[in-house]
Design a binder for this molecule. Structure first.
Ligand code: ADP
Ligand code: MG
Length: 546
């Protein structure tokens, strides 16, 4: 019976990993480390620092349908744990050789249990760290046809990585690691930030090109990240969904996302990203699949509409590059030495924030192309600067709040009378304090007119009457009518005046110098990149020189 049941839950090493890691998560682990040997065909080890199992319960845990996670049938309607069927341990044990070491932090010694083909070989007391270590060796050793149908070591490892990726995304607050032999395949920092889990999974480059999803209505919320239209995948597996904390394949969600992107992506390409959905528990049934890989929606239409609205909204936003450069990624107290992957992430992220990492002496401005881009020669390749984005970044940073108000002001030789429409005038009043802080000096001038005596120095070269009017309008479009929104709007307006103009050598050099001196030179105020690099290695590869 055990062997037959195993067919439902245990497909191969990846599903064993899934079940064991879910148990670790349910046990409240902060860190989960998985090691597979020969793609898991030889062995799978899952180590956690969770609550462990009391000595008296260890045998029970391997009984069929024994679970500590529900008490009666009603609990089934509101399970919050990943497991609840009490099947995983017994069925895995039925088709492999299992060793478990487990110890709750409240007991002095741990328990060891060894099973083979479902039979208990030995149990005993052992010394071990609090938490649980389960090793599953020789999967399907007693079911030869299943053993033979296991895929290659590489294919099985890839499936395990996929399963772990999904769990990593489901729980950004847990530090996961997956090693295969002595290679680290995956590692997430466990900071609790979804963005950090995303970066750990797809890398900085792709993460920077994602758009943030943030949508909620009544009891449904959809948050996450989806690729900008230029970022897509060759298969459907690049879109992850997490529904009420469970990583699942959700057809309804996937279809809605595909539909939104249909006209935006080349034929045969698929959207990428991660969506976290929170739905009222009553709206979904998680108990429709033995391995809990899918969920059933009570009202698919509602979910579909929510996802569509959320993704459409995200497509109107700027990529998150800006956030990547500006957030501190190092967890406040790091419990374990950082993995190489983490170290790399932190290095790349922290660099721009500390000092200007662009060493001017290393670059040579070659010229301007298409009246829009600067071309530079740099230490490791050719660099392109988006003139518009660069102006925006420079202006934005120059508008940064000054400790001494008035210091950023350029007084006008001839004060400017702005005849405003009633709506514009109202907006001006509303923003008066912010405008003054930013460096504007103005006073009412009868009716709806305003007399402008001074403007922020950072925009003084463009601030004429029509420009000020346009800026005021732009301000109305900013999401937030605060200091940040004001700076962004002014920066964008100055940049758009400066866009598509021919630059002389001195202007090019000056723009580059100003950009390199910025605190965050790599993205404009709205998150678009300012700088692209075509590496020498890439040039050599593409010209077939290597
Ligand atoms: P389920 O997860 O559905 O309850 P399992 O067969 O996966 O069923 O596990 C049986 C029981 O063993 C769990 O209910 C839990 O009490 C205990 N258990 C399994 N793995 C762990 C672990 N890593 N840490 C603590 N307890 C565990
Ligand atoms: Mg379980």
């Amino acid at each position: 019976v055990g062997k037959i049941a195993a067919g439902e839950v245990v497909e191969g090493p990846a599903s064993v990993v899934k079940e064991l890691v879910e148990n670790s998560i349910d046990a409240g682990a902060r860190r989960v480390q998985v090691t597979i040997v020969d793609g898991g065909r030889e062995s799978i080890t899952v180590m956690d620092d969770g609550c462990g199992i009391e000595p008296d319960d260890v045998l029970m845990a391997f009984q069929r349908h024994a679970t500590s996670k529900i008490r009666d049938a009603a609990d089934l309607q509101q399970v919050t744990t990943l497991g609840f069927r009490g099947e995983a341990l017994p069925v895995v044990a039925a088709v492999s050789r299992v060793t478990m070491l487990t110890r709750p932090s409240t007991t002095a010694a741990g328990t060891e249990i060894r099973l083979e083909g479902g039979r208990v070989l030995a149990t005993g007391r052992v010394g071990c760290a609090p938490g649980t270590v389960v090793t599953v060796a020789d999967l399907f050793f007693n079911v030869p046809p299943r053993r033979k149908s296991l895929r290659s070591s590489r294919a099985e490892a890839a499936r395990t990585a996929e399963v772990m990726s999904a769990l990593m995304l489901a729980r950004p607050d847990i530090a996961f690691r997956l090693r295969s032999a002595d290679r680290e395949l995956l590692a997430s920092p466990g900071t609790g930030r979804r963005l950090d889990a995303l970066v750990a999974l797809v890398g900085l480059g792709d993460a920077a090109r994602m758009l943030e999803v943030e949508w909620s209505r009544e009891e449904i919320s959809v948050v996450g990240f989806v690729g900008e239209p230029g970022l897509h995948g060759g298969t459907r597996s690049g879109l992850f969904t997490v529904v009420n904390g469970r990583p699942v394949r959700d057809r309804v969600v996937a279809a809605a996302v595909e539909d939104v992107y249909r006209t935006l992506l080349p034929a045969g390409r698929h959207p990428v990203g991660v969506l976290w959905l929170e739905l009222p528990r009553i709206c979904i049934d998680v108990n429709v699949h033995p391995a809990k890989l899918t969920v059933a929606h009570r009202d698919p239409q509602l979910v579909r509409q929510a996802v569509t609205a959320a993704v459409v909204d995200a497509l109107g936003r700027a990529p998150i590059a800006r956030r990547l450069w500006s957030i501190p990624a190092r967890p406040p107290e790091s419990q374990s030495p950082p993995t190489p992957v983490q170290q790399e992430i932190w290095q790349v992220r922290e660099q721009p924030a500390e000092t200007a990492p662009l060493n001017l002496a290393d670059f040579r401005v070659v010229g301007q192309v298409h009246r829009s881009y600067l071309v530079l020669e740099g230490p490791q390749g050719v660099y392109l600067v988006d003139q518009h984005a660069a102006h925006e970044r420079v202006t934005y940073e120059r508008l940064a709040p000054k400790s001494d108000p008035g210091a950023g002001t350029q007084l006008l030789l001839v004060p400017l009378v702005l005849e405003l429409k009633p709506k514009e005038r109202a907006r001006w009043e509303e923003l008066a304090v912010l405008l003054e802080q930013a460096g504007f000096v103005a006073e009412p001038f009868g009716g709806n007119a305003v007399l402008v005596r001074g403007v922020p120095a950072a925009v003084s070269d463009v601030a004429g009457e029509s420009w000020l009017r346009a800026a005021l309008e732009k301000l109305g479009e900013e999401e937030r009518a605060d200091d940040e929104g004001l700076r962004r709007a002014l920066a964008a307006c100055r940049a758009s005046v400066k866009a598509r103009t021919e630059l002389g050598r001195e202007e090019m050099e000056a723009l580059w110098r100003d950009l390199a001196a910025c605190r965050h030179p790599y993205a404009c105020a709205h998150g678009r990149p300012t700088l692209l690099k075509v590496g020498l290695d890439e040039l050599e590869r593409r010209f077939g020189r290597t």
